[in-house]
Design a binder for this molecule. Sequence first.
Ligand SMILES: [Zn+2]
Length: 738
Amino acid sequence: MQIKLSAVFAFVFVIMIALLVRITLLITNEGEAYQRQVLSQQSYDSQSIPYRRGEITDRNGILLARSERVYNVIMDCREINSAQEYLQPTIDALVGIYGLDETKLRKTLTDEQTRDSQYQILLREISEEDKKKFEDYRNERADENLKEEAQAEFNASRMNVRGIWFEEKYKRTYPYSNLASTVIGFYSDQSTDNITGIEKYYNNLLTGVNGRVFGYLNDDSEYERTTIDPEHGKNLELTLDMNIQKIVQDKITAFDVELGDKEHHNKGAEHVGVVVMDPDTGEILAMATNNEFDLNDPWDMTLNYTGAEIKNMSDEEYVEHLNEMWTNICVSYAFEPGSTFKPVTVSSALECGAVADGDEFYCDGGEFVTDTQINCDNIYGHGEETLEYAIVNSCNDALMQIAMKMGISNFINYQGLFNFGKRTGIDLPNEASGFVYTRESMAEVELSTCSFGQGFTCNMIQEIAAFSAVINGGYYYQPHVLRQVTNSDGSVEKTVDSLVLKQPISSKSSSLLRRYLTTAVQEGTGRKSQVPGYLTGGKTGTAEKIDPTTGQRKKGSYILSFIGACPMDDPEVVIYVIVDEPNVPMQADSTYAQVLFRDIATEVYPYMGLYPTEEVTADLLYYLGLTYDDVVKSDVTEDQTFQVYDSYGTLYNDARINEDGVVVSSDGQPIAGVTVNADGNVVDAYWNVIEIDHKVSAEDILDPKADNPNIAAPPSSGGDDGSGTSWAGVTNEDLEDE
Ligand SMILES: [Zn+2]
């Protein structure tokens, strides 16, 4: 058997974590010691004027990262010790204004180690206002009505405040805390490196050049003071829309609340990733994970772990969890996409002439390829179906037949044209390339499994960019996050235009796929993703994961996904959702991804100004477990309700089944001990069956997968040439060219 069940790579993610490990905690203190040493050697006659790091905003100008001017309070012990009369007034000022400890101050001023030091940091990052308090105090002069003696005493108490100065610096703050945290990333001048996200990728643009004030003797031996102004960093406007980002993060949070429990540190799945993209430009509108963190305090893990969990972590675990939290899985996680890849296979087959619209296939539940039985998800077979219904039914058998008609060479060629196996070059750090087979390493078994999205890996950006090309007329756009670069004075330095990298398929093939994908949502496996009133087209995915330690299929562990677009005559938005190992007993149910997609799309479509074009029928609402109220603000209809006893004997008059098939009371709370059985009827806590008129059938809720251990694992190395695409964001050189 030629299948290579390689253990090495199931998760490139694991490798990514290793790459990311930078134990910045250790660096912090060293950096400070160095700074202190340098500064103690210079007098404040020659002072550095710090540049301001560039701001980061979203596409609507909402400030996401800024640098606020703050001050460190520095004590020059040598100067204070240079005259006896400076000591007490200076200590009085520091104690009175900043509440510093007098004993400690005296110790610093007398200790052998520090009494001659010119650079002792007393306070860090105080505001302009607090700095002014000190200056006002020092400049205060006695009331002229006082006696002369008293005036002199008062003035001395102010004028003899010496040896205290304010070191100007900037503090990076993030007004929206955890919004888009894994995309924006964080910067800290306490460490020698900025760590993640845009802050890292565009560090060169955000960084400026310090200015300087210095004194020198000119040719006439006169003392002169010269100021060189700092050059502030450039400002970045991102393609993100914070309103869409917030919708996405709110829905992910709701998902975690619903499926999370203590054991899984309140997460609804091991990973959730969502990317929202404009298919006509490649602009990323939102990108989020279920590991967002507070950018203002990136070492704080309490958003993701309980206090007890953090306390019990070893140092190694702590660093590992920290890096995991900071990782943008939408970019750095390579996984098998599963059936969301099928539109790529079918459009490629149309394009190279291997199949045509209307071609028929017969699914008998699987194919015997070379020496291996590979099953369709429907092991009883889908029977006769057209090319369109191969997509609608998500039929593996038909997809294998389609790929066979294409042949290995064509398949590899188109997979490459859609950029799989190569980084997209998105302007974010640590993009995973994924692994694909080459012409040399692919045989018929691998071709078969790759046709339905298993046996190779990709990251979310690769999949959403390829899917966008499938539905937008065939154009593969460079996915990107940067929209514009401006100078500190607000003038525009560069605007990032959308860039078509290739055209893998024709507009004719693209329009056929738009039709197939629309049918897939209306009639096929994607029905739960429907947003009433809108025509969504899309594709589900359910891929059994691989156990990285054994290299075998990890039974019961799935990555569920849904990718969809709207409106289908000319798509304006694509939303891609992955749910990696949902916290439920039966994971093989793409409904979890579909419902999360629908929840997001239901708010994103109207926000983007898309108009509802479809009739909202009662049948559809019932099927989705929604009310008119959920989708239309008028015309409220009633859910079907029934009476049921909970396990405590309490009777509920208005019980109903919610959209997730859970029996809830009128206020939406689950009713203890009451379940829905396989026939879609309600079973109360005493095993009484309550017949429900409109049954929620098990078939509708679950999308059971055939156990398919024979599906080859992806290759451990392959197509990636490591180079990615030609574009790698905007660099300083680009700016100089303009
Ligand atoms: Zn089938």
